[in-house]
Design a protein around this ligand. Structure first.
Ligand code: BGC
Length: 342
């Protein structure tokens, strides 16, 4: 669908070897299972980071620097969602490289030192959507290594099993995979809060098909919201249906009400199933849509509506596109920052 031209990795995997040295953070003793609602409150306001940063290929070329974690903490953000396209850093036995872990540990350490909670988000959704079953060994291998690596990390480190399941990973398959991934995580992280969303790109369309394990309530439901796509993805090269659109504004009363109505659907499901909610991605593409007034209005309306329902949220994204911070000019995209944290 909208991510169709993202590059795709193939190669099914083999069995796992142990992950490299565990992430060190005090306290080392496992804390009791947090209440997922309290854990959601702790997540509060956040932003997505690192998904498309050259840092993964070469640490010295990283765009995200230590100072950005500090700036995020100072600006009032409570967490960062780290988008990890990790499959490219696995060897033929699906072993993640020590350099990849080193970069991840650096990022987690800097986030934690600046008071930010961390979401470890598995973000190889395009490849998994394209390949389906063939990539299941890689996804399981990811959690077999990443979960033990963070087993002693603070409860402020959260795991998100897979961003936006889609394509060949149907609702039915996803309901099976998520149980298997969760079982791997629970072997070493019995009390860690885990984040899971529905198939079809974590969108409302498939919410009713999602089956979360009844015996595990240390889970946060995650949803993504980019509606209306004509507005949020106008000019976006990967969203081919909307690439040619431009000049579309947002902000009528009917448009605002639509967000409220959509969120009510999610809220009703969440209350019925007793699951707290993280709005894990939302925003409007910047490059094809220079109308900052509309984008800021949309961003603020979505964030405030989410907050009014007690949800945590994570803005898409700090750097790269939809930007919250202009790393090249070394300044905030003020309209978006103020919309997120008034
Ligand atoms: C993808 C990004 C994309 C964004 C909005 C994310 O889940 O990783 O590549 O820009 O969604 O479409």
């Amino acid at each position: 669908m909208i991510h169709s031209i993202r590059k795709c990795l193939a190669t099914a995997g083999a069995l796992m070897v142990m992950a490299c040295a565990a992430f060190a953070e005090t306290p080392a003793s496992p804390s009791p299972a947090p209440d997922a609602y309290a854990a959601t409150k702790r997540l509060g306001r956040g932003t997505n980071i690192l998904g498309y940063d050259p840092i993964w290929k070469e640490a010295a070329k990283g765009r995200l620097k230590e100072k950005h974690f500090k700036l995020l903490g100072q600006a009032g953000f409570n967490h960062v969602r780290m988008n990890l396209q990790a499959f490219a850093f696995m060897d033929k036995d699906n072993k993640l490289s020590p350099e990849w872990f080193k970069t991840l540990d650096w990022a987690v350490k800097n986030a934690r030192e600046n008071g930010l909670a961390v979401i470890i988000d598995q973000h190889n959704f395009v490849e998994v959507g394209n390949e389906g079953e063939a990539l299941k060994p890689k996804l399981l291998a990811f959690w077999k290594q990443v979960a033990p690596h963070f087993k002693d990390a603070s409860a402020d480190v959260y795991f998100e099993i897979l961003n936006e399941p889609n394509g060949k990973l149907t609702a039915e398959l996803w309901n099976q995979w998520l149980v298997e991934c969760l079982a791997i995580i629970r072997e070493t992280n019995p009390t860690r809060t885990v984040i899971i969303g529905p198939s079809w790109w974590n969108s409302i369309k498939d919410l009713d098909k999602l089956k979360l394990p009844e015996n595990d309530h240390n889970i946060i439901l995650t949803m993504h919201y980019y509606s209306p796509m004509e507005f949020t993805h106008q000019g976006a090269y990967w969203a081919t249906e909307f690439t040619k659109l431009s000049g579309i504004k947002w902000g009528t009363e009917a448009e605002k009400k639509q967000v409220v109505d959509d969120f009510k659907v999610i809220d009703t499901w969440a209350k019925a199933h007793k699951r707290p909610v993280l709005l894990g991605e939302f925003g409007a593409y910047d490059k094809g849509n220079p109308d900052i007034a509309s984008r800021a209005l949309y961003t603020s309306h979505v964030a405030r509506t989410a907050e009014s329902l007690g949800w945590a949220w994570s803005y898409w994204q700090f750097d790269s596109d939809f930007i919250l911070y202009d790393i090249d000019k070394d300044c905030w995209s003020e309209g978006i920052r103020k919309a997120l944290i008034p």
